[in-house]
Design a binder for this molecule. Structure first.
Ligand code: FAD
Ligand code: SF4
Length: 510
């Protein structure tokens, strides 16, 4: 029977069982579609990374002997739309069956469910064979439970997959070493030079531009430094184990003006495109640790493994449990516009300037920059979660909705009312000053609350607590903050709120 199999841009899993055998009657279909470049405005590096990785993947399939139809963005016969693409190539190929891997985005899942019935042939969907968990495993795990606590899901994952366990107990006698993951980086230990790939992407960048795709952000066309082939992805994991793992946990939350990546792995794009599986990453890290346990502390390993088998799988499970209503949540009732400087980096607030400029230059910021700098400011200025989502979904190389929206709308903006985060991630200048050197060269002073030098985060923080307190009265994790707010001197609070209002109304001034 002639079969047409669709492969989406984030389904680049060369190890998938589909490819175990070469079969002449099966054709694989891949396309660079305007539907995908245009649903949000993306960073140029994100579009380049996906297209080059897709092209490399198609070449690998062809090398193995598989039949592949590949449409580039500028090809005249490219219909630029998924439904037209599938119907057109079902007809061309004379296929009697259509097969696809389950998409990870709700948008594409719904679209495929509406396309299949109109094809008039047998259709079948397959697992992507990428994640540890199935789409609905988290939903089943939390059935009948009041709260969806990540830690309990994570412990189940550790036990179920026998990861960092000894005789049924957690290795190192503790499940979680989060407390030791909070060091400030002050110039030592030395951070190795980032892993370079130096790929020339000028041809694909030119094709993207001449096809009229609108993007933003910066790109060094002669020297693209993201892994875009399976071989480079494997090199990246190896590099991480050899050079960065030893200090990963300690400096996970640190930020520094001279170091964009610190000890972070930069593996999110490799995994989210599925060129690498989380199991491969975890197994490699565990194997490396087995041979180097005398020089690497368990806290570094646990800190890393938790992100992958914990947070990453947890966010995916929440996404499938809560969509499609999740994308409409705005439980704190925030309606302001995202400040324009998110698109330019032009602000006197050094932490935001650094985190945004870095994001525009590299399509990357690490977790704490996303959560406690850009996310924190957006929440404190009570920005509409739709605006915040659009920005995060566009700017980061790893931004795919299932992991972007749960982190942004949930963890960072508390728009889901506390499904993902047990408290809102807001802070005054104190936290940023404690974890970075950003405040040293800032126009503002982290110690001052009002006046010309007063750090905007300070006034915004107290204003936020005051304006949103009714949402948090029953949240035990917020009681200390609300008690402090209660004790605040009234004239001081009035001045803070006045300044906060000015910042919210005129963010460009700051
Ligand atoms: P490392 O710090 O080296 O961590 C290793 C891996 O753990 C990552 O590659 C990632 O796969 C996983 N991981 C770590 N934290 C998380 C998390 N909170 N949720 C899911 N997986 C995690 N991650 C994305 O992959 N795509 C996104 O679109 C995305 N948007 C985010 C938006 C906001 C507002 C926030 C606060 C976080 C977001 N994250 C997102 C999570 C996290 O910031 C990135 O996964 C991480 O910064 C990627 O860099 P890295 O590979 O160097 O990660
Ligand atoms: Fe950011 Fe305030 Fe520190 Fe400046 S002083 S870097 S605005 S936290």
């Amino acid at each position: 029977m002639k079969i047409l199999r669709l492969i989406l841009g984030d389904q680049l899993n060369l190890e998938h069982s589909w490819f175990n055998e070469v079969d002449d009657s099966t054709t694989y279909l891949m396309a660079e579609l305007r539907q995908e470049t245009d649903y949000v405005k993306h960073h140029i590096q994100k579009v380049v990374a996906f297209f080059i990785s897709m092209r490399n993947f198609a070449k690998e399939l062809e090398k193995k002997g598989h039949k592949v139809i590949y449409l580039k963005i500028g090809d005249p016969e490219n219909p630029q739309d998924l439904e037209k693409l599938i119907t057109m190539y079902m007809e061309h190929s004379g296929a009697e069956k259509f097969e696809y891997q389950l998409p990870d985005e709700y948008r594409l899942d719904s679209q495929l469910q509406s396309i299949c019935p109109i094809l008039g042939v047998e259709t079948e969907s397959y697992d992507t064979e990428h994640f540890y968990t199935t789409r609905h495993e988290l939903k089943d795990f939390f059935k009948g439970k009041q709260q969806l606590i990540m830690e309990s899901f994570y412990r189940m994952m550790r036990k179920k997959h026998d990861i960092l366990m000894v005789n049924g107990q957690p290795k190192g006698s503790k499940w979680n070493f989060d407390q030791s993951n909070r060091k400030k980086w002050k110039g030592t230990p030395r951070i190795p030079q980032e892993k370079m790939f130096g790929v020339d992407v000028s041809a694909v960048a030119q094709q993207i531009r001449s096809s009229g795709v609108e993007t933003f952000g910066n790109l060094d066309e002669a020297n693209f430094n993201w892994p875009v082939s399976r071989k480079d992805c494997l090199l990246m994991v190896h590099y991480f184990c050899e050079h960065l793992l030893k200090y990963f946990g300690d400096y996970q939350d640190a930020m520094h003006t001279d170091e964009k990546f610190l000890f972070h792995s930069r593996l999110s794009f490799a995994m989210n495109s599925k060129m690498l599986s989380p199991k491969e990453v975890v197994n490699q890290v565990l194997e490396y640790y087995d041979h180097h346990s005398h020089e690497i502390h368990i806290s570094q390993i646990e800190g890393f493994i938790r992100q992958i088998i914990g947070w990453r799988e947890y966010m995916r499970g929440i996404y499938w449990k809560e969509m499609p209503s999740y994308r409409d949540h705005n439980k704190l009732g925030n309606y302001n516009k995202l400040p324009d400087f998110y698109w330019t980096g032009h602000t006197k607030m050094n932490c935001l300037k650094q985190a945004i400029q870095q994001s525009l230059d590299t399509a990357y910021a690490h977790h704490i920059q996303r959560l406690m700098v850009t996310g924190n400011f957006a929440l404190l200025t009570q920005t509409h979660p739709d605006e915040v989502d659009q920005w995060y979904l566009g700017i980061y190389i790893d931004a795919v909705e299932w992991v972007e929206i749960t982190n942004t709308r949930g963890m960072s903006q508390f728009a889901d009312g506390g499904l993902v985060a047990t408290k809102p991630y807001v802070s005054s200048a104190n936290y940023i000053n404690k974890m970075s050197n950003y405040c040293t060269d800032c126009h503002y002073s982290p110690k001052q609350k009002t006046g010309e030098q007063g750090c905007p985060f300070n006034a915004l923080y107290w204003n936020f607590l005051d304006e949103k307190k009714e949402y948090f009265v029953n949240n035990p994790r917020m009681s200390m903050m609300l008690n402090l707010l209660e004790k605040k001197d009234k004239p001081e609070l009035r001045d803070l709120k006045q300044r906060a209002r000015d910042i919210i109304q005129n963010p460009g001034k700051y």
